[in-house]
Design a binder for this molecule. Structure first.
Ligand code: MRU
Length: 328
């Protein structure tokens, strides 16, 4: 898959605009947003127009560079963008890298920030390719692979994390049958994973989240690949809500469960999964968002955490740019 194929996040207009694919409108419409202010970038991240842990980091860095190029104060813009979402550590990691470049170095600060943002993007893309190369060995010809949420090129800008081994295996001529959990409530699996895999000619079948265990029971899943928003020092993983249930079912049925992510998603300052802040989102995402009309009574209580934590005991291994790690 060529990098040039579709640029979903890039700096334009001489460094003064960030152009991003608006993922809220997929799969019906491929529309782009042009962002110039830190408030616009933060809003795009909060509303998931720009989403997926690695892409949030890349987009946030680019957005910060653009905001400063347009005359915004670095610290204010950094705070606004850096606090847009709390769980994916790539956001904080990218902001720290930008801060270091802002605080030190020679020459024009606007150019330095832009160069650093472009470097972050290039590095993340290279990491994704390496994840694909390492992970493809786990995929046998004809295997059924289950994935949750979207951890493909839409979540990174290129290749993806959990989908990277699938793309790499297919490039070697292996046939892969992918099952995509729809991923309630925001449907990243049904809307985004199905869209990008279908676009690339991958055999993909969408299932409701509550169907994954029955597929495993039927012996149709040989491997589970998921992404990650933050990996704690002890190996616990925060990822899209529903990942934990998939991991429990996979353990029960003896299906290998691998977490794929770049090292930028690993947070060694966070001791365990209990220390990861889990984003709580508005209840209308559960009751109304993707329905034609409201599907729960007005006024009913709604619990809507965006992520859950899968304990390390349920994880077979981690696929990073460094290889497959089963030791954590
Ligand atoms: O809320 P989202 O859509 O940003 O959540 C995305 C996920 O949970 C992904 O699985 C994770 O960020 C890994 S993306 C390569």
């Amino acid at each position: 898959m060529a990098k040039e194929e579709k640029e979903i996040c890039r700096i334009e207009e001489g460094g003064t605009a960030l152009r991003v694919l608006d993922q809220r409108r997929l799969p019906a419409e491929e529309a782009y947003l042009v962002l110039r202010r830190s408030a616009e970038v933060a809003e795009a991240i909060k509303t998931l127009a720009l989403r997926g842990a690695p892409l949030i980091g890349v987009g946030a860095a680019m957005g910060l560079a653009v905001a400063v190029a347009n005359g915004e104060d670095f610290a204010e813009a950094r705070e606004r963008i850096g606090s847009a979402r709390p769980t994916a550590v790539n956001l904080m990691w990218a902001m720290e890298r930008m801060e270091k470049v802002y605080g030190a170095g020679e020459g024009n600060v606007v150019e330095r920030l832009r160069d650093e943002a472009e470097r972050i993007r290039e590095e993340e893309w290279t990491r994704c390719e390496a994840i694909g190369e390492h992970g493809k060995a786990l995929i046998e010809d004809g295997m059924g692979v289950l994935t949750h949420c979207n951890a493909g090129y839409l979540a990174t800008g290129h290749y993806g994390t959990a989908l990277a081994p699938i793309y790499a295996a297919m490039e070697e001529g292996k046939r892969v049958k992918v099952y995509a959990d729809e991923t309630r409530p925001l449907l990243q699996g049904a809307r985004l994973t199905a869209y990008e895999l279908q676009e690339r000619g991958v055999d993909v079948t969408v299932i409701c989240d509550n169907m994954a265990a029955s597929l495993m029971a039927a012996g149709k899943i040989g491997l589970v690949l998921v992404g990650c928003d933050r990996v704690a020092r002890n190996g616990d993983v925060a990822n899209k809500i529903g990942t934990l249930g998939v991991a429990i079912a996979a353990k029960h049925y003896g299906v290998p469960f691998y977490v794929c992510g770049p090292r930028s998603s690993f947070d060694d300052s966070c001791p365990t999964g209990n220390d990861i802040v889990i984003e709580q989102r508005n209840g209308d995402e559960v009751t109304t968002r993707h329905y034609e009309r409201r599907m729960a009574p007005e006024g009913v209580g709604v619990y809507n955490p965006a992520f859950d934590v899968t304990p390390k005991e349920l994880i077979t291994g981690y696929i990073t740019e460094d290889g497959i790690d089963k030791t954590k």
